[in-house]
Design a protein around this ligand. Sequence first.
Ligand SMILES: NC(=O)C1=CN([C@@H]2O[C@H](COP(=O)(O)OP(=O)(O)OC[C@H]3O[C@@H](n4cnc5c(N)ncnc54)[C@H](OP(=O)(O)O)[C@@H]3O)[C@@H](O)[C@H]2O)[C@@H](O)CC1
Ligand SMILES: Nc1ncnc2c1ncn2[C@@H]1O[C@H](COP(=O)(O)OP(=O)(O)OP(=O)(O)O)[C@@H](O)[C@H]1O
Length: 340
Amino acid sequence: MKKKFQLVICGLADVEEYFFSGQLKKVCCLLMFVKHGMNSQFALLGSVKHCMLASSAVFRRQQFLIRTLGGYTDQTHLKRMQQTKAMSGTAFEADSENILRAITPNLDPSKHKGQAGKIAVIGGCREYTGAPYFAAISALKIGADLSHVFCTKDAASVIKSYSPELIVHPILEESYSVRDEDKPSISGKVLAEIDKWMERFDCLVVGPGLGRDPFLLDCVREIMKHARQSNVPIVIDGDGLFLVTDSLDLVSGYPLAVLTPNVNEYKRLVEKVLNCKVDDHDAYEQLLSLAKGIGSVTILRKGKSDLISDGETVKSVSIYGSPRRCGGQGDILSGRQVTL
Ligand SMILES: NC(=O)C1=CN([C@@H]2O[C@H](COP(=O)(O)OP(=O)(O)OC[C@H]3O[C@@H](n4cnc5c(N)ncnc54)[C@H](OP(=O)(O)O)[C@@H]3O)[C@@H](O)[C@H]2O)[C@@H](O)CC1
Ligand SMILES: Nc1ncnc2c1ncn2[C@@H]1O[C@H](COP(=O)(O)OP(=O)(O)OP(=O)(O)O)[C@@H](O)[C@H]1O
């Protein structure tokens, strides 16, 4: 049964490794969570259907998201979701394996390329080429059809050489390669280039290996604003969290934003938003306050147990993974989230 199930997910040989690493389950819990947090948004969808139809790309994206996350319009899915909820164990621990079974879309021979997901990673600079690669390739391995990377020119050929499966756009620039007087026109070009693609993406990951160059982060700030205007869901990780901690308005009130802080990134967020230290004795309440404080976003706090909150409830996922804590594991997690 397990084998069959894995094949249904994506038909890739290495999915077993992913499944048992525990990370896939964590991603699925997050998705259930985003879905529940978005109930009110979906209810609103009915009343604004005319507006949505006026913008068919947005409507298509919302429908895709609803389907992917369990599909309120589909009775079979709804029933599976209810069963999953009833089977959940303790108050906080998520029943991740059943959630995973409930939300995994079936492979369908009638689908064409792209319908299983077109995602983009915004990240990759002179120092970091591994992180965007890990995120983008794990999106493909978990089942996405197309995986793009938008990175700096320096990083592009390195990332391309890791894998021919990735579509790599060398469009971002760092301060050292741009004269001050050229910055406005270059940032305009970057935005125009990414806007050509934006409507096609089902989800973005912003941050893996992005670096912290101020000019580059200014461009990414604008990219995030455009993504938000187009209702593209955004997973924010790594240096994307550095940017967002500095400019909370980028995600505040945006229910399609998922923040995935590690210990350090979480500490920075707590200090900025709640103006206090991280309190591990009251971790659930603090995470709840943080998600509420930012407003409408979902936060996945990575750690020994991952804690996930949308500001209304908290769930934990304590499935045992690898005891090794090497760099790149968070990037792989973000690539899976963006797909599911
Ligand atoms: N192969 C690649 O291309 C990879 C690229 N990556 C990319 O690098 C970028 C920066 O990401 P990041 O994770 O290094 O930044 P951040 O979290 O600020 O840590 C900075 C410092 O904080 C500390 N620290 C960290 N964790 C801690 C902990 N648990 N508990 C306590 N302290 C902790 C630690 O400092 P130290 O231990 O030396 O004091 C650490 O050096 C980002 O773009 C990311 O995507 C990575 O994805 C890896 C693979
Ligand atoms: N102490 C821990 N015990 C078990 N699992 C952990 C622990 N800390 C983190 N993890 C898991 O490891 C994965 C990556 O988390 P980590 O905190 O290393 O992210 P990160 O620092 O953003 O990674 P990256 O190096 O890719 O930037 C997550 O799935 C998380 O649940």
